[in-house]
Structures are given as C-alpha cells and as structure tokens.
Design a protein around this ligand. Sequence first.
Ligand code: 5FU
Length: 258
Amino acid sequence: QIKKLSFTERGKLCTNQMTKKLFGIMEEKKSNLVVSADFTQSQQILELVDKVGPHVCMVKTHIDIVEDFSQDFITKLLQMAQKHKFLLFEDRKYADIGNTVKLQYNNGIYHVSSWADIINAHCISGLGVLAALKQIGLEKNKGCLLVAEMSSTGNMITAEYTAATVKLAEENKDFVIGFICQNRLSDDPTLLHLTPGVQLKKGSDDLGQQYLTPEEVISKRGNDVIIVGRGITQSADVINTAIAYKQSAYNAYCQLLQ
Ligand code: 5FU
C-alpha cells in the first residue's frame, strides 16, 4: 500500500532533489506543517517565522502582499530558513502564458526565482506555463507544485481539470514535486500532496475559504502536508498553536503507518 510508506522511505524513491530534501526535513523535524505567513509587514513575517520556524517544514509566502518589501527582508528570510531548517514556498500561482510567467518568476521587484525553493502554478493556460517555469527553475534546482484542487467554495476546477493536472505532474517529475489539493490524487509515492484550508475546527471564513481539520486532511483523505495561515497567525499564542497543529498533523500521519 503506497500510502503507508514513511516520508523517509518515500524520500529514498525520489530522484527530484527538492522532494528528497523536503521529505528529509519532514522526517527530521517530525513536521508536516507549512505555515502561511500572510502578513503585510516584513517585520511581522520575520517575527512569526522566528517563532514557528522550529516547528514547520516550510514557510509559505505571498510576497506581493508585503508593503515594505526589500532585498534586506529576503536576506533575513533566507537566514531564518537556514537557522530553522525550512524551505520557502512562494504561493504565486503562476497562470499566464509561458513568456509572461517566465518574466514574473525571474524579474519584477521580487525576483522570486532567486530565493523561493518552491513555487506553484495553475496549468489553466496550457503547457507553456510549466515549460516556462521549468526553463528557469530546473537549473536552479527549484521545485513546483501544481494547483489541482482548491479549498474555496464555488471554485471552478472540474474533475477533468484535476485529472489532467495530475497527468502533467506525473510527466514532469524533474520539476513538479506534487500538488496543492484537497484529496489524495496520485498513487505515485514521490509526489507530495499539500492541503490548505486547515484549522483545528472545521468551518469557513466570510470570503469563501473552507476549513478541514488536520486529521481529516491527513488520515482520512491521505494528504501529506497541511498548510495553515490564520489558524496560527491570528492566535494569541503562536508558538503553542503551531506545536498543536504540528502534533495533530504528524500524529495523523503516524496513524497511517500503523
Ligand atoms: F491554493 C490554495 C487554496 O486552494 N486555498 C488556500 O487557502 C491556496 N490557499 C492559500 O493558503 C491562501 O492563499 C492562503 O495564503 C492560505 C490559507 O490561509 P488561511 O488563513 O489558513 O485560510
């Protein structure tokens, strides 16, 4: 049963170095938690990641919401990543034609390709988006996640679109490391399933976000990693809340191995 392989065992099967690295961090830190650092001030982000850094395998950013962006911020973020041993995932969801996406990934103010270990893409525009990101990312040993499903209510992703996305991932494993999804989509043990829309209690926000619990996401649905934003960032006790999410997701993963 593929689902029951440990992260270490799955890491050994990977030829993609980014996937191998992530499985290694997850096993070492006993964490399949990603925190989504959705703050608009760089200082808030740095303070958050310094607190939760020891408990996460990866920090997810939306760099274009940061109001005081600077190269110095990126330098400090990279130092934090090294200090606490986590990867950086820029949740840009590239979706345009290949040429535009290439410019967005490499250029502009943010130069995402220079610091983000992992990025993601919607393949709605066709094969060009992935080809373009790959042209830049592959030689820098970066990884890409494909958005195969979304957590938001009324999203227009169909089962056919999801299936086509899975096929694309399976055919591009040199660069694609897995999915942003709500359900386990591929039996390939070298592809990761990362799920946003997670809080300790099932629910929703007032703009269409829908939340599942860590247990539902990991043990019932068989995904690998939870992505948590406000459940942690809006908590009065960020560190202990991050620990609670980490334990909940990791215990759910351990249950699957038994
Ligand atoms: F692809 C997706 C998705 O389907 N749902 C999401 O919520 C991405 N996200 C991101 O995860 C979203 O942009 C936020 O950055 C984060 C969830 O934040 P929350 O505060 O936990 O709702």
